[in-house]
Design a protein around this ligand. Structure first.
Ligand SMILES: Nc1ncnc2c1ncn2[C@@H]1O[C@H](COP(=O)(O)OP(=O)(O)O)[C@@H](O)[C@H]1O
Ligand SMILES: [Mg+2]
Length: 325
């Protein structure tokens, strides 16, 4: 995190696009705000667009605005967020969710600072610092054909990769102390520091929701006041059957392990093929050389979402249960 901050200080002053990559809850929003706050445009506007939160058809008019009569219902003109960010920072969160046509409009904006309101005759020019964030691997999205490679190179002039919390487990005690003090003050509580056992469990836990999950756990601890109220949430780490350090201390059921490993491998492959075929299950079944019915069964069996929309809402559910606020 320190080297990340050092890089941030260096790049904040130059008007170059920044791409922040990292799992959900690692602090991408915070870093984007810090870039703005450390930039020469800090007194200018800070405009955040959460791409997946705005339905596809509305996103273009939200971003680029429209002229009167551009479409039914466009009774007046409306500037988009791109324009509102003039001489400030435009933060595009979850950039991988932009569809191809918006990706090319964004590419134009990054190339020459120009864009066009929907229904307008002429291009407009703006000066904006563009910061993008994503929790997906854009390289994979490019390989899948859902993200433009040329746009990727444009937004990726500077890349900041946020480490996951499990990669920086040594920061956990500091974060715990910070959230304890913060929420004790906020809720006027006097929750005690965590026991050594629980802190130990914290450092072994995987934290799929990263700092956001830790923050919410600490918030609940401060409100409910007992360690029991949160210790149950630290689900044990999923065993990794492919790693060499499977514990062989106790008795092992080879049959069970093999079955689970085959299941897990199947799940991974099916997910990958589904993503590759944009969740078209007929095509995926053909690619996997199994029947459509068999695929549907396996999808249900593996607990995979049945289509792209469900996948999104499952992702959202996951961040919501983790966020819980
Ligand atoms: N270093 C940190 N110190 C304090 N709080 C943090 C830190 N990093 C993240 N958080 C908190 O964790 C939550 C998730 O951070 P956020 O920037 O929204 O993550 P992301 O955008 O990567 O999903 C927020 O509530 C944020 O305040
Ligand atoms: Mg975010």
């Amino acid at each position: 995190m320190q080297s990340l901050r050092e890089r941030l200080a260096k790049i904040a002053g130059a008007n170059v696009p920044v791409l922040i990559q990292g799992e959900s809850g690692t602090g991408k929003d915070i870093i984007a705000r810090m870039i703005h706050a450390a930039s020469p445009w800090k007194t200018g506007p800070w405009v955040k667009v959460n791409c997946p939160a705005i339905p596809g058809t509305l996103l273009e008019s939200e971003l680029f605005g429209y002229e009167k009569g551009a479409f039914t219902g466009a009774f007046g003109t409306k500037p988009g967020r791109v324009e509102m960010a003039h001489r400030g920072t435009l933060f595009l969160d979850e950039i991988s969710e932009l569809d191809m046509s918006l990706q090319s409009k964004l590419l134009q904006l990054l190339q020459d600072g120009q864009f066009c309101r929907i229904g307008a005759q002429e291009d407009k020019k703006v000066e904006v610092r563009v910061v993008c964030a994503t929790n997906r691997k854009l390289e994979e999205e490019i390989a899948n054909g859902t993200f433009r490679a040329d746009l990727f190179y444009r937004i990726n002039v500077v890349n900041l990769r946020m480490p996951s919390l499990r990669e920086r487990a040594s920061d956990i005690p500091d974060l715990v102390a910070y959230f304890l003090e913060y929420y004790n003050r906020k809720f006027n509580s006097r929750a005690k520091p965590l026991s050594a056992e629980l802190m130990n469990a914290f450092q072994k836990y995987r934290w799929p929701g990263n700092v956001r999950e830790l923050e919410n756990l600490m918030k609940r601890y401060v409100i409910l006041g007992t360690e029991e109220s949160i210790s149950g949430d630290l689900r044990p780490q999923e065993p990794d059957f492919f790693s060499a350090d499977i514990s062989v201390d106790g008795p092992i059921s080879l049959k069970k392990i093999t079955r689970q490993a085959v299941h897990e491998l199947e799940r991974k492959i099916i997910l990958k093929v589904l993503q590759h075929h944009h969740w078209n299950r007929k095509q995926a079944a053909r690619a996997l050389n199994i029947s459509y019915r068999a695929l549907l069964y396996k999808i249900r069996d593996a607990g995979l979402p049945s289509n792209r929309a469900a996948r999104r809402s499952q992702d959202d559910d996951m961040t919501q249960t983790v966020a819980a606020d």
